[in-house]
Design a protein around this ligand. Structure first.
Ligand SMILES: [Zn+2]
Ligand SMILES: [Zn+2]
Length: 255
C-alpha cells in the first residue's frame, strides 16, 4: 500500500499541518481516504492525487477535523466537470450516526449531496466489525476511548501489508493487541507531554503502545502545535528503539 499524508494536524489552524486526512492506495490500485478533515478537498489536488476516482472514505468519528471535508467534497464532485463522466460508486464508511449526521447537514442547506453523477453509499459499521472495504482489502474496527462513536481501523491488503489507523484516541492497552505485528501503526499523538485531556495520547503512551504492539514501523500524526519546536523522532527514540516516523503534510510512505 502507499500512504500519502494530507493532513497531520488537528482542529487548530496551522500553517504547515492541515486537519486529519491520509490517502491510501492498495496494491490493487483502489484508493481510500482515512478521515476527511476540513482541508482535505484542496489538499488532494495539491498532491496531484486522483480525487475524481476516489473509491472510499473512512470517517473515524464526527469531530470536524476528521469529517468536516466530507460535505465540501461531495459538493465539489456534484458540480466538478472532472466527475461528470464518473459512474463507479463511492462508499463512505463510518460509525453509527454517520447517516443521521449526513442527512441533517444535507437537509439544512438543501444540498442534495447524494444526487451525483455516480452512486454514493453511506455504510455504518459497528465496533469489532470485520468486512471487505475494497476489493482485496479486509477491514476490522475497534472502539476507541475518544468519543462514543470513535473507531480505530485495521486494514490488511492482499499482499499481507497491514495498517492500523487509530485516529483520535485516549490510552488503552487493548489498542496494542488490536495492532499486533502490523506493518504500519498510524497513531495519533496529540501531545508531547502533560496532555490536558484523557481523550488523546501523549508521546510516552504512544511509545508504550508501539512497543507492546510489535509493529514494524510507527507513524505519529494528529500533532497539536505543542509539537512545533520538538524533534519528534529523536524524542520517540528515547522511549522506543523502533522506527518512528513524524507525519508531515505531503509525506509519502510505502507500506
Ligand atoms: Zn482530531
Ligand atoms: Zn476527535
Amino acid at each position: 500500500m502507499k500512504l500519502v499524508v494530507l493532513g497531520s494536524g488537528t482542529s487548530v489552524p496551522h500553517p504547515q499541518r492541515a486537519s486529519a486526512a491520509h490517502w491510501l492506495e492498495t496494491s490493487g490500485g483502489s484508493t481510500l481516504l482515512l478521515d476527511i478533515g476540513a482541508s482535505t478537498v484542496h489538499r488532494m489536488a495539491q498532491e496531484n492525487l486522483d480525487w475524481v476516482n476516489l473509491d472510499a472514505i473512512w470517517v473515524s468519528h464526527f469531530h470536524l477535523d476528521h469529517v468536516g471535508g466530507l460535505f465540501p467534497f461531495l459538493f465539489g464532485t456534484k458540480y466538478a466537470p472532472a466527475t461528470e463522466a464518473r459512474r463507479k460508486p463511492l462508499t463512505v464508511y463510518g460509525p453509527h450516526g454517520l447517516e443521521k449526521l449526513f442527512r441533517a447537514f444535507d437537509a439544512a442547506g438543501d444540498y442534495d449531496l447524494l444526487k451525483q453523477p455516480f452512486p454514493v453509499e453511506i455504510r455504518e459499521v459497528a465496533p469489532h466489525a470485520a468486512f471487505t472495504m475494497l476489493p482485496g482489502l479486509s477491514a476490522e474496527t475497534f472502539s476507541t476511548p475518544h468519543t462514543t462513536e470513535s473507531l480505530a481501523l485495521k486494514l490488511i491488503d492482499t499482499d499481507n501489508a497491514s495498517l492500523v489507523f487509530t485516529s483520535d484516541t485516549g490510552y488503552t492497552d487493548a489498542l496494542a493487541t488490536f495492532a499486533q505485528n502490523v506493518s504500519l501503526f498510524l497513531l495519533e499523538c496529540s501531545f508531547f507531554r502533560d496532555k490536558p485531556v484523557e481523550s488523546h495520547l501523549e508521546l510516552a503512551e504512544a511509545m508504550r503502545l508501539a512497543a507492546q504492539s510489535g509493529a514494524r514501523r510507527v507513524m505519529l500524526s494528529h500533532l497539536y502545535p505543542q509539537w512545533d519546536d520538538i524533534d519528534l523522532a529523536a524524542e520517540a527514540k528515547k522511549l522506543w528503539s523502533g522506527e518512528t516516523i513524524e507525519a508531515r503534510d505531503g509525506l509519502r510512505v510505502e507500506i
